[in-house]
Ligand binder design. Structure first.
Ligand code: PHE
Length: 338
């Protein structure tokens, strides 16, 4: 004779087998093994059973419950598979895919990376400073007098609170010396801002690579030799480099750097690429003042500094005719450097 529990199991399995969707399956689950399902009800009924009967029926109840649970899971998995293969059937796997767009580095950033790589090999560490600066870092500490034209509102972008957009990356020289004692050998690359008339070679935002080397007995021969080495690494060994006297308030003597190479655009033409010079003692004194010590004693230490025009270098290297192209975000231009 079949036990009523076995009867319930057979009913449940039949219903599960003939369920046509998840909905019907869930209804069957509730009906039989849900909280007040007919199989679950046997759990309560156990208490009223005879002691000798209890283990036998308990075992049967477990078997029945397990069988029903397993059947529910199997049927549910079948539904899932049917659903997925139905969805797949609607996909034409022979259709070509949609390729993702792969970006590339901006030519200015590529220029930055090349320069950093060369200077790293020469022992320079990378430093940083903010674009929004105070007059101290941009002018005062760099021995630039209050009546200097660069401090004019016609030339420099001032914020209402008196801060400004740095007009050169020489600000990072001061920041580096304030936070580290000599010897120091650093480069910094980033944006600088001037109220220039915008044309093919001038932009209100441009980029520089600043360099600073302070040690005992640093001389102008170190400056010339190292800049020459850098420019030949960048543009090729046949590159000619020329230094012409110039004036900057924060270096003495000061020089401008020109390059010329048959391999470069223009060929016969000298192109200005940097300003440089020996760090002015007044700059060391200003740094000492803000540090509150005499770490940069001009009697003991000397140094050179340079500021390379990064846009200019990139324009020569990649043969780019107009500085404005760097900021226009025209993909037809940018893709050429991918
Ligand atoms: N800061 C100068 C400029 O922007 C370049 C420079 C840097 C000159 C360091 C001398 C030393 O023109």
């Amino acid at each position: 004779m079949t036990h009523p529990l076995e009867q319930l199991r057979d009913d449940a399995l039949r219903e599960i087998g003939s369920a046509t969707d998840e909905h019907a399956l869930e209804a069957a689950r509730i009906k039989y093994i849900g909280k007040s399902g007919s199989i679950s009800a046997w759990g309560e009924r156990m208490k009223t059973l005879d002691k000798t009967e209890r283990p036998v029926i308990g075992k049967l109840l477990n078997e029945v419950r397990n069988a029903v649970t397993a059947a529910l899971e199997t049927r549910s998995a079948q539904f899932r598979i049917e659903k997925e293969s139905g969805a797949l059937a609607r996909i034409d796997i022979s259709l070509p895919g949609t390729p993702g767009e792969i970006g590339s580095l901006h030519p200015l950033y590529q220029m930055h990376e090349r320069a950093i790589q060369i200077f790293r090999r020469m022992g320079f560490a990378l430093a940083e400073g903010p674009d929004v600066e105070t007059e101290w870092y941009c002018f005062d500490a760099l021995n630039t007098p209050p009546d200097h034209p660069a401090r004019n509102e016609q030339d420099t972008f001032y914020l209402p609170d008196g801060r400004l957009l740095r007009t050169h990356t020489s600000t990072v020289q001061i920041r580096a010396m304030e936070s580290a004692s000599p010897p120091i050998r650093m480069i910094a690359s980033g944006a600088a801002y001037r109220r220039d008339e915008v044309d093919a070679t001038h932009s209100a935002q441009f980029h520089q690579i600043e360099g600073l080397y302070v040690d005992e007995n640093v001389g102008i021969a170190d400056l010339k030799g190292e800049l020459e080495f850098f420019l030949r690494e960048l543009f090729g060994s046949e590159t000619e480099v020329q230094f012409r006297p110039h004036y900057f308030p924060f270096t003495e003597p000061s020089l401008e750097v020109y390059v010329r190479s048959k391999a470069l655009k223009g060929g016969e033409q000298w192109i200005e690429v940097a300003g440089c010079g020996m760090v002015h003692p007044a700059v060391f004194e200003a740094v000492n003042k803000s540090r509150g010590d005499n770490a940069y004693d001009p009697e003991k230490w000397s140094g050179y500094a340079f500021g390379l025009g990064m846009d200019r270098l990139a324009m020569i290297l990649f043969d780019i005719p107009d500085i404005r192209l760097f900021a226009q975000n025209d993909l037809r231009f940018l893709r050429q450097f991918a």
